[in-house]
Design a binder for this molecule. Structure first.
Ligand code: PLP
Length: 420
């Protein structure tokens, strides 16, 4: 993939650029409890660069109108900007055409759309759907719901001690009655990268389509849906420096064409009478109601921003931070890293002996350090490791080694407090 060659860029060269990248994010100048903010909760949501903040504001200042409806100039401008954002998404993930790009609220809505629109009409009590043991609840509950509606079975591919999906076992779960494999591209709880290309090949060999939950991967890995050959790809804008409330479902045109609409309303129709309704073409068939126009425009600007830095340069920097943090964490007595997959990105999940993750999070917050503590909306994988939760530091393009040092110093203070 394009990104893999870019990642080989000299990480030292990338470091010197990070100070400049940080300038683009106004919130990083905030202080928390009188300390400079050290924001290590990027897997939950990322901060927004000025270009995204200004693009949203500019839409409301200069353009604000509804899309696809008005003959007046502002409405046409809004439509043009909204559709331009769709084209930016298409380019960013290398989809074949913009009919395959559906704007939704986020990953959660994208997966629910596929569950109800692809899954529900196809599934019977004989069929099954496969997920892995390390899914976010957003890639579990929609499938449980559609299984409840149809009687289909939800099969779960196991995850090993390192936090890697057991691909052999997953292969054995795929059978003639499997209707879909739905799997995370990058685990938000452990940081494991799933060998999705291998899984897709395996599933396609049995004519089973694959949905990838790209909520985390989109900002860190460089996604090429054509190279992956996935059937569906779901992601949220807010995890890649865009506003909340906007996300994308990519689907191969042939699948989307064959699927009924998810919701009914304005924009998704071509004609309506009380006798019958004809649905609009792709992608509008799946975009009922007034969309998040400013959000979509903001997303387009966020993708421009990431492309301008280069996803490869970003990934190389984040990889360096993760390696550095992992090395330091491994030297801390009583700290256990949860998730030691060979292929990882941007997430360090850990426990500290004798300290509840929430206490770690609260004490670090007093030092201005924001991490996540808890089950990370992935309770089944926590149960797999016999844990109620972990503390999680997650890195992004604007984090630095100095911030990793601050985290480690904070952890040392937590340990001191609990040893007293
Ligand atoms: N899937 C994964 C792997 C996630 O990390 C998240 C959010 O943390 C989601 C799905 C849900 O994303 P959203 O809440 O933006 O819909």
């Amino acid at each position: 993939m394009k990104m893999e060659t870019e990642v080989l860029r000299n990480p030292g060269q990338v470091h010197s650029e990070v100070a400049r990248w940080r300038e683009d994010f106004p919130v990083l100048r905030e202080t928390v409890h009188g300390k400079p903010l050290v924001y290590l909760d990027n897997a939950a949501t990322t901060h927004k660069p000025v270009s995204v903040i200004e693009a949203e504001a500019a839409f409301y200042r200069h353009t604000n109108s509804n899309v696809h409806r008005g003959v007046h100039t502002l409405s046409q401008r809004a439509t043009d900007q909204y559709e331009e954002a769709r084209e930016k998404v298409r380019r960013f993930i290398n989809a074949a055409n913009t009919k395959e790009i559906i704007f939704v609220r986020g990953t959660t809505e994208a997966i629910n759309l596929v569950a109800q629109s692809f899954g529900r009409p196809r599934l019977t009590a004989e069929d099954n759907i496969i997920v892995s043991a390390m899914e976010h609840h957003s890639n579990i509950v929609p499938w449980q719901m559609v299984c409840g509606q149809t009687g289909a079975e939800l099969r779960v591919a196991p995850v090993n001690e390192a936090g890697e999906v057991d691909v052999e076992m997953l292969g054995r779960l795929i059978g003639p009655k499997t209707k879909l494999v739905a799997i995370t591209h990058l685990s938000n709880a452990l940081g494991s990268i799933t060998p999705v290309k291998r899984i897709i090949k395996m599933a396609h060999a049995q004519q089973v389509p694959v949905l990838l939950d790209g909520a985390q991967a989109i900002a860190h890995l460089g996604v090429d849906v054509k190279a992956l050959d996935c059937d569906f790809y779901a992601f949220s804008g807010h995890k890649i420096y865009a506003p909340t409330g906007i996300g994308v479902l990519y689907g191969k045109e042939a699948w989307l064409d064959a699927m009924p609409p998810y919701q009914g309303g304005g924009d998704m129709i071509s004609s309506v009478t009380f006798g019958e309704t004809h649905y609009n073409d792709l992608p509008y068939k799946f975009e009922a109601g007034t969309p998040n126009i400013a959000g979509a425009i903001g997303l387009g600007h966020a993708l421009d921003y990431v492309s301008s830095l280069g996803i490869g340069a970003i990934a190389a920097h984040e990889h360096d931070l993760l390696e550095y943090a992992t090395g330091l964490a491994n030297g801390i007595k009583g700290l256990k890293i949860i998730g030691t997959a060979r292929e990882k990105a941007s997430i360090l999940s850990f426990t500290l002996e004798g300290v509840h993750p929430h206490d770690i999070g609260t004490i670090l917050d007093h030092d201005g350090i924001a991490i996540r503590a808890g089950h990370h909306c992935a309770m089944p994988i926590m149960q797999r490791f016999g844990l109620a939760g972990t503390a999680r530091a997650s890195f992004s393009l604007y984090n630095t080694r100095a911030e990793v040092d601050a985290l480690m110093a904070g952890i040392a203070r937590v340990q001191e407090m609990f040893q007293r």
